[in-house]
Unconditional design. Structure first.
Length: 394
């Protein structure tokens, strides 16, 4: 594994997802000045989901055809510009346009970044992808707090400071584009498995797991603050969301090496199986025990993100970028739309019923994981890679 390259790609992933994490806080801050209704906030959030996630396979296809390393810095700049310009408080139509620009930047970065990370991970595919993924997890978790701190400290200069951060990372990625391109070309030239047929049925099962997990993940992130009033016992809503997200960082770092050692299918099943009992337990406890339970839940839910990306890429050896776009973007985005169902249930039958729905979601995911063939279990341990560690300057 080329840790230098993976680290740089993870930094870019962190940068892109910082801006995704800023968006909910930004809409909250802009609500009084732009007179945003809940419906308008929902439209803005849905637009970001569509542009940042659902269209990722399109850019993944482009990445596979052209191997455009420049998509990495361009994606960073678009993410930074869109969110930072939106924070200046334009009209609602302009706000939607800027959110779409930022979302497209995210959709540009993720497939190219995940494809390149896979190529530079050697025979430690899951470990490399976990390091790449953890950057995004940290960025998404830190984004809201970082923006609020900047907003409190430098006030009107916060958007410019946040944009400067994204621009600096984009410049560093731009400096690495040429060697990254050479490294990807060398890797493709030494691989012997790029023409294997795609097992679309197995891919569909993996994407089904990702969609269910996306629904569960986004449902918990969005509705935990509201449940905290019942389960908090003195703890703030932010403590539950932060505990869930930061535990996911730890889980992601642990899951990659475990998948490399014991097999991705086994680790995926073990990450899903305890979720339903844990969520029922969370509904029954309060205070610190509830925080501990939701932290364990976050570690398990988020830890499998990198594993399913690698599984999709291993099943689609000729389409690494599209596989990343499908598993990291499209399926997660579709799963995120399930949050609308959860919200509708909360409005009509109560928050407890909506949480019970989330609690049973892992059950079909377990069935899909168990249906994956044994060949997926050993795929990561027998990747044909002639060039195990590609040395890239810069």
């Amino acid at each position: 594994m080329n840790r230098r390259v993976i680290g740089l790609l993870s930094l870019g992933h962190l940068t892109v997802d910082v801006y995704a994490g800023v968006l909910p806080v930004l809409l909250y801050l802009l609500r009084p000045t732009l007179h945003l209704s809940y419906l308008m906030i929902g439209v803005a959030s849905l637009l970001f989901t569509i542009t940042s996630s659902v269209i990722q396979p399109i850019f993944g296809y482009l990445s596979d055809r052209r191997h455009i390393a420049e998509l990495l810095p361009i994606g960073c700049v678009l993410c930074a510009f869109g969110i930072c310009a939106a924070s200046l408080g334009p009209s609602f139509p302009v706000l939607l346009l800027l959110i779409a620009v930022s979302g497209c930047g995210s959709a540009l970065y993720h497939p190219e970044g995940a494809k390149t990370a896979a190529f530079f991970s050697g025979d430690q595919r899951a470990s490399g992808m976990s390091l790449f993924s953890v950057g995004g997890s940290i960025g998404y978790a830190c984004g809201p707090g970082a923006f609020l701190v900047l907003h409190d400290v430098v006030h009107g200069f916060a958007p410019y400071a946040l944009f400067a951060f994204g621009l600096i990372v984009a410049v560093r990625l731009a400096m690495a584009c040429a060697p990254l391109r050479r490294g990807v070309a060398l890797h493709l030239a030494t691989r012997s498995d790029v023409h294997e047929p795609v097992a679309w049925g197995v891919v569909a099962a993996v994407l089904g797991i990702v969609a269910i997990r996306g629904w569960l993940h986004m449902g918990l992130v969005f509705f935990l603050p509201y449940w905290a009033g019942k389960a908090g016992a003195g703890l703030s809503a932010g403590a539950f969301v932060s505990g869930f997200l930061f535990a996911g960082v730890v889980g992601t770092l642990a899951a990659g090496p475990l998948a490399d050692r014991f097999g991705p299918r086994r680790v995926l099943i073990l990450s899903i199986a305890p979720l339903t009992p844990l969520l029922f337990l969370f509904l029954a406890v309060q205070g610190i025990p509830a925080l501990v339970v939701i932290g364990i839940t976050g570690a398990l839910v988020i830890s499998s993100f990198s594993i399913t990306v690698v599984m999709a890429q291993q099943l689609m050896t000729k389409h690494q970028g599209m596989a990343a776009g499908l598993s990291n973007g499209f399926a997660s985005g579709i799963g995120g739309l399930g949050v609308l169902v959860t919200g509708a249930l909360a409005d009509h039958v109560g928050l407890t019923a909506s949480f019970l729905t989330l609690a049973v979601l892992p059950l079909p995911a377990i069935w899909l994981a168990l249906s994956l063939p044994a060949s997926v279990e050993s795929a990561l341990r027998h990747v044909v890679v002639e060039e195990r560690t590609l040395q890239v300057a810069g």
